[in-house]
Design a binder for this molecule. Sequence first.
Ligand code: F0G
Length: 459
Amino acid sequence: MKHKTIIEPFRIKSIEPIRLSTEEERIRHLEEAKYNTFLLHSDDVIIDFLTDSGTSAMSAEQWAGVMRGDESYAGSKSWLKMERVIRDLTGMEHILPTHQGRAAERIIYSYLGGKGKTFISNTHFDTTRANIEYSGAEAIDIPIREAYDSALIHPFKGNMDTEKLEQIITEKGAENIGAVILTVTNNSGGGQPVSMANAKAIRKICKRHNVLFLLDCCRIAENAYFIKHREEGYGDKSYREIAREMFGLSDGAAMSAKKDALVNMGGFLALHDEKIAQECTNMLIITEGFATYGGLSGRDMEAIAIGLEEVFEPHYLEYRIRSTTYLGEKLHEMGIPVMLPIGGHAVYIDAKRLYPHIPPHQYPGHALVCELYIKGGIRSVEIGSVMFGKYDEEGQLIPAAMELVRLAIPRRVYTQSHMEYVIETFEEILRTREEMRGYEIVEEPPFLRHFTAKFKPLK
Ligand code: F0G
């Protein structure tokens, strides 16, 4: 028989207890954390959806690899294994290990960037943009138009607008383009996938203008799932073959291994071009570590090598994407305004539509983040006016375009019953939505305020 229940395709060998708390305790914890969930102790959180980055559960095989890790300074066999797996996956000759994604970004974008350069992406992730801008270059986001409508169904809402790409390259002059960066899946755009057809079109444009085409590939296995199931001609290909095809279109890739390599720390840079690789290796040795470990321990490299194989396992990927979809669709059916279609690693809630009576300057997304913690001990993250809001000259808030809340799902960590618990919490949120009040900021730092700002609930 064909079962309709998607079970976790693993058994649990080692457990990490969750300390259950009462609503009264959580109200106190939140008050002590000045209503900023970044300042909570993780012990006081029941379900942690803050990020899917570095929060994966490793397999027994990966833990065995940890014990086998070769900690030699040079020529470690764990490095040779990691290098072999990544060369085989990406088809690229030069592999540089880094301690996480942004270290790979710093190395490549400080080399390619600088004043007068422009980088173009479907959407630059925050750290990507920050590294580019820090070099003095500019970063332009050109997702397709459909990406801006949170309720619109489109199979590849992560795609880049290729017409605009052509236009910007022509306008700026190809020699001033640092690189075109395709983020798969598009995290900032809701974890939405990018089609192979889009990657091919970008390849063609970049080739014609002789512009470098890079992938930000930290969720490329999840992206491959969507291609196999949504794009014509890919149904019979394996997830791995699809990922390899996409790597094959690009000139290089930066990866945060903390996502689809199923590890808690790590990253790499993969490149075809020898000259760029040489320059980057110099920077790697100065700032991260020798070329055969970068910022990593031998044991980390073992775990990455194994994780990059496990992530393409069909049963794993099917469970992964379908369990995220399960949560998202249940919330949608219940009437919670979610971003559609549901992406790969997270469910995004449109707090502006959930709490239409709370204006942006009273931070509806933040209100939902606090309420999720109080009602269920669930930690999420606001991606709205707390994170991206700015002030004008009169000190009035210029709100962000959207007031979203992200529930990012760690890989292989939570079970179906955890998801049921989250869904139940949302039932209560829906029941009490009209009583919900906004928040004000009482103290904030000049940069990245969401991490440390202090808030007060409005009466
Ligand atoms: N690129 C993308 C698309 C990412 O999502 C991230 C991290 C990075 C690069 C940077 O990698 O953290 O290893 O330095 N995203 C995390 C998140 C932080 O929560 O979405 P890193």
